[in-house]
Design a protein around this ligand. Sequence first.
Ligand code: ADP
Length: 283
Amino acid sequence: NNNTKEKEKYYICISRLSRGNLIGEGEFASVFEGTLLNTDNSNTKVAIKTLRQEQLDNEEAFLSEARVMINLNHHCIVKLLGICIGPPLQMIQELVPLGSILQYIDTHSTEINPNYEFKIWAAQIACGMQYLEENRFVHRDLAARNILLASKLQAKISDFGLSRALGTGHEYYRALRGGKWPLKWYAPESYNYGQFSNKSDVWSFGVTIWEMYSFGAAPYGDKKGAEAIKLIDNGQRLEQPAACPDNIFEMMLKCWAMNSDDRPSFSELVEFFNSGSEYTNIK
Ligand code: ADP
């Protein structure tokens, strides 16, 4: 039937792929640069994501992430081109060549103007998140390490969908990260009650742009997740980074409102960071 045909077009035969250098490693995946041979004999440079050896029993989660990603099509979200069932099982994604914003900030800090690049990236992350929200999708792991750069002026959201695809975020993190939840990015209702929503993503967005304006500093420094939670529950918040203008810090504080209804929406955030410019349309 049509549905099956639709799905088949996302399967990529292993003979059309050649794998190059390792370009990144995460908690559960290894990512390689590669080349995809297209049906018209042209080539496309791609990123090939595979499960790490010790994570091979997480194949179902890996496939679930792919099932969600394949339906997303937005210039501020890393595009999944297809999957190759291998073995090994591989996700073929658009190649986002400059790596994560954390890596980029680390190596290019002197070339960055916070009032330009950071604002553009923030607008683009908010724009991708607005699209996710419109498609009724919750990211649950928004953090600077998961924002990749296609160019200096194009940020893309990556590494999402897994927690959602598994059903309950808690089990995912317990299973996958050995109990190491990204608590410092979590909204209070997420770490207290396991509730995730677009508004808990807004909280994580606040932490993500805080990392950016802090030039890659770790939120809450060396503190453990449990200690960071205590600070939040006592009404404390991350401090204003030196490079962060007052109005942007005020917006971060709004993202960290205890009551999720008091946080801004992603469309408000897009408007705020675009502020008269059209950053989200830079391609
Ligand atoms: P994990 O899901 O295990 O956390 P990630 O998706 O974060 O793995 O990938 C690990 C690293 O690989 C990233 O930090 C990034 O540097 C690199 N990477 C991931 N996806 C791509 C991509 N599409 N293009 C280029 N590099 C990528």
